[in-house]
Design a protein around this ligand. Structure first.
Ligand code: ADE
Length: 250
């Protein structure tokens, strides 16, 4: 997966994404990350990329032209690889349009299904929103997916971009090693994850459930499913209802 992030704060994206599991995947070449600084495409001598909104109201809006030019730069960086392989660049542009994700609280709420869908792309461009937003004209022109990470408002789109990139990356083969299993976690089978325990067996008077020490794999599986349902019922009853419905129960 090749990420190209258009942002006012490239160092925030680069520093965070180069840490831990995604950092290892970057250095192993399983993932790649490029950032395009919006400020580099400022249309004035102050280096600003925002202006007041037409129609009044508080706050500033990011202007079209810096976003448009940053997008062209992102496309050309992503397509360098294709450039080398094929001279019919315009055909490739039409057939393999790179998805452009715009992070905004007004977008579709991100979930594991979207992470799975995005993980099947060869590359993703992510535009991080800021201030009161971005001029709608350029969004209409370039954005394929407007995505929110939840019903709350952050100061900018960089943290949401990182959340999306992290959830997408862990689905890409080779990013997680065997120990960091992706299979049985929350949302994978429509239920939240069952509780887990590690050594010691006794901790400050609290012990690990006996069944987990029994060596009876079938019994452990049954216990885990029961616990996963219990947890889902308590935290996200609507997910448990869907789980039953999907299985023709209820
Ligand atoms: N920008 C500000 N808040 C956001 C959110 N909740 N999701 C995505 N982008 C945002």
């Amino acid at each position: 997966m090749k990420y190209c992030v258009i942002t006012l704060f490239p160092e925030l994206i680069e520093n965070a994404f180069s840490t831990s599991i995604t950092g290892r995947a970057l250095s192993e070449g399983i993932l790649s990350l490029d950032t395009v600084s919006l400020r580099a495409f400022s249309q004035n001598s102050y280096g600003s990329v925002d202006d007041y909104t037409y129609g009044g109201g508080a706050g500033m809006l990011i202007q079209c032209e810096p976003v448009w030019l940053a997008y062209q730069e992102a496309l050309s960086r992503i397509e360098t690889k294709f450039d080398e392989e094929c001279d019919e660049l315009s055909t490739i542009r039409e057939e393999k349009r790179t998805r452009v994700i715009y992070t905004s609280p007004a977008g579709r709420v991100f979930d594991e299904g979207m992470a799975e869908e995005f993980s099947r792309e060869e590359s993703l461009i992510i535009l991080c929103g800021h201030y009161e937003g971005v001029d709608q004209r350029v969004l209409d022109r370039i954005v394929t997916d407007e995505v929110s990470i939840g019903d709350y408002v952050l100061t900018g789109g960089e943290l949401p971009a990182l959340v999306i990139m992290d959830a997408v990356s862990r689905r890409i083969p080779g990013v997680l090693n065997n120990e960091d299993s992706a299979g049985s976690e929350s949302f994978e089978n429509g239920l939240l994850e069952y509780p887990q325990y590690t050594r010691p067996k006794e901790w400050r008077g609290l012990s690990v459930p006996d069944i987990l020490l029994s060596g009876d794999h079938q019994a452990v599986e049954t216990w885990r499913l029961t616990e996963a349902k219990k947890k889902t019922k308590e935290m996200r009853p609507e997910l448990l209802e869907k789980w039953y419905k999907d299985r023709g129960i209820m």
